[in-house]
Ligand binder design. Structure first.
Ligand code: R5P
Length: 292
């Protein structure tokens, strides 16, 4: 085991040097994957921009009916033209999203906790690989609780999901959890994202933080950033712009879209930042024009 006291603080991130092993396929870290994996990743990450707008609506799996997500059957069709990927549970997707929609699917496969518990860090793998394949999932989302009580079991879950995904060429999205008592520092996110990537995930979902560009540089697979708590639309667009400027390959945004008074217009504005190089200011002006 590494001697912790002898560990040097990592600092040489070479922020301005692009990822080296990138020839042949545009998704970071995916060069050595097979055709099926690449095809799923190409469904998620737009081949032109290399980025993705994921719409996260998996909140119900531990929060029940959530403000803004009461009627998924009405909301999802409206957002479909503006998001690349729907991230949800199989129950929500099978019941509320018509198969005619060709958006990529990020299928939440871990669950087991609920808002009425104090500790949310204990989950199980609740969806098997066969059902993920039946649903034509482009990736399976498995949550990891680094530094929490459930760290070991969540890494066990993640390993099982990745191993099954490797057998059938279905990528895994490692979802970096942050509990209410867990720090949101770059030190924490560098630790968590790198552990998740080295477990073998093909992409990692995490949060913005100070020195975010270093988190990105040290992570050998694409990072998508969660929106987090509802912010003013202007601030949510600044968050999206900030992380894309620092190397994130997309956002996995939930509440900042579905709890907006204008979710469809907000999704369109986020799309402009993620895919068309809009600044946050330009995207907010675009949003304002749409809603007035
Ligand atoms: C967390 O486990 C879930 O994956 C959420 O869907 C995720 O945090 C993204 O949603 P939000 O942008 O609302 O944070």
């Amino acid at each position: 085991m590494a001697d912790l006291e002898g560990l040097k603080v990592a600092k040489d991130y070479h922020i301005d040097t692009p990822f080296a092993n990138q020839d042949g396929f545009y998704v970071k870290g995916a060069n050595s994957l097979d055709w099926g994996m690449k095809r799923h990743l190409a469904n998620i990450f737009n081949p032109k921009s290399g980025n993705t707008v994921m719409f996260a609506f998996d909140h119900g799996y531990f929060m029940g009916s959530t403000a803004g997500l009461e009627r998924l059957d009405l909301l999802l069709p409206k957002l479909a033209p503006y998001v690349d990927c729907f991230m949800g549970t199989r129950g929500a997707i099978r019941t509320c999203l018509k198969p005619e929609y060709t958006n990529a699917i990020a299928l939440r496969v871990t669950s087991g906790s609920s808002m009425v518990q104090a500790d949310l860090s204990h989950e199980v793998v609740a969806v098997d690989i066969e059902d993920s394949i039946r649903m034509n999932a482009d990736c399976m989302a498995s949550q990891v609780f680094i530094g929490a009580d459930g760290q070991l079991s969540s890494i066990d879950n993640l390993s099982k999901v990745i191993n099954a995904g490797m057998r059938y060429s279905v990528p895994t999205l490692g979802v970096c959890a942050v509990g209410k008592d867990m720090e949101r520092t770059d030190r924490f996110f560098k630790l968590a994202t790198r552990i998740i990537a080295e477990m073998g995930c093909q992409m990692v979902k995490t949060y913005n933080c100070e020195n975010f560009e270093e988190v990105v540089a040290a992570c050998p697979v694409p990072i998508v950033v969660a929106g987090g708590k509802k912010l003013a639309e202007k601030d949510a667009l600044t968050l999206a712009y900030d992380v894309i400027s620092k190397g994130a390959r997309g956002v996995d945004m939930g509440r900042n879209i579905f709890q907006s008074q204008h979710p469809v217009e907000m999704a369109q504005a986020v799309h402009k930042v993620v895919h068309e190089g809009f600044t946050d200011k330009e995207a907010y002006e675009f949003y304002e024009d749409l809603i007035h």
